[in-house]
Design a protein around this ligand. Sequence first.
Ligand code: ADP
Ligand code: MG
Length: 314
Amino acid sequence: RTILRKLTELPGLPENTDLLPNNADPDSDAGVYHKRYLKEIRYLGQGNFGTVTLYLYDPANDGTGEYVAVKALKQGNDSGVESWIREIKILKSLKHINIVKYKGCCTEMGGQVVQLIMEYLPQGSLRDYLPTHKLSMAQCLLFVQQICQGMNYLHSQRYIHRDLAARNVLVENDKLVKIGDFGLTKYIPDGQNYYRVREDGDSPVFWYAIECLKEGKYSFSSDVWSFGVTLYEILTRCDPRQSPPKKFDEMMDSTQEGITLVALIKLLEAHTRLPCPKDSPHEVTLLMQQCWSADPAQRPSFQGLIDRFESIHR
Ligand code: ADP
Ligand code: MG
C-alpha cells in the first residue's frame, strides 16, 4: 500500500491539467481539446460577441489532424461570461443535421477562459456565400427548407434562437446549410410562450418582430418573423445594396435621424415591410409576408412552413 501511495504521489504527473481525465471537466462527456495541439490557420469571422478562428487539431503533429472552428468570447466582454457558458451548453445539447455540430471545449488558465470547438463549415456564412455563387431559385429554396428543419427542431426542444439571419447560417456545400450562433438563444419553459428582455444593447433590430421592438417580447413566432427576413436575404442573394438595414433606412423618415428604433416601429406599425425581391415566386412572397404578420398568432409555424415549401418544390 505504501508503494502504491508513493507511486501515485510521484511528482510531475498531475498539476498539468492536460493530463486530467475528462471528468475533471465540468462537462465530463465533452470532447476535451488541448490548447497545445491547436494550430491556428486563419481568421474566419466575428459578430457582436465572438471571434471565430480556423485551427488544425493535430495531436500526432504530422498534419493528419482535423480542421475545427474555434469560437472565443470577444475580449473585453466579461459581462457576457455567463451567457457564453450557456451558449456552449445549449449547442452541446443540440443534435440535428441542420445545426452546427458541437465538438468540444478547450479551457485555459484553470478554466477561466473557455473556447467552443465546433465543426468547420468551409464555405462560411450565407452572407459570404450567396453574393459570390450564382444559386438557382431551386437551390435557394433547398437552403430555406433546411433552415426551417433546423428551426423546427430547435423549437421542439423549446429554444428560441432570437438571432436568425443570413450571417448566422453556415454553408457546408451547395446542398447543405446549418444554423449557427446560439449566442442569444433562450429556453422557454413548458406552459410559457415568450421571453422578455429589459435592455438589449446589441440587438439585430432589422430582423426583429414588431412586438420584440415594442415590448421586448420574444417568442417562437418572433423567430418566424426573423426567418422571413432571412428568406428575404436569401432571395436577394445577400446583395449588400438590398440588405435589410439599408432598405429600412431608405424607407425611414430621415428627419427622425438618430432614433432608429422609433422610426422603425412607426414604419412597421404603418404596415410597411421589406420589398418583394425581384425573382421571388408568388407563393414564396405570400409566405414571407405571412411571417411578417403584425399579429404573432397569424404567422405560420416552422412545421407549417416546411409543409408549404415542400408543396412549392414539387
Ligand atoms: P457572433 O456570436 O459573434 O455573431 P458567430 O457564431 O455568428 O459569432 O460567428 C461569426 C462569423 O464567423 C460567422 O458569421 C461566420 O462567418 C464565421 N463562422 C462561425 N462559425 C463558423 C464555422 N463553424 N465554420 C466556418 N465559419 C464560421
Ligand atoms: Mg453571429
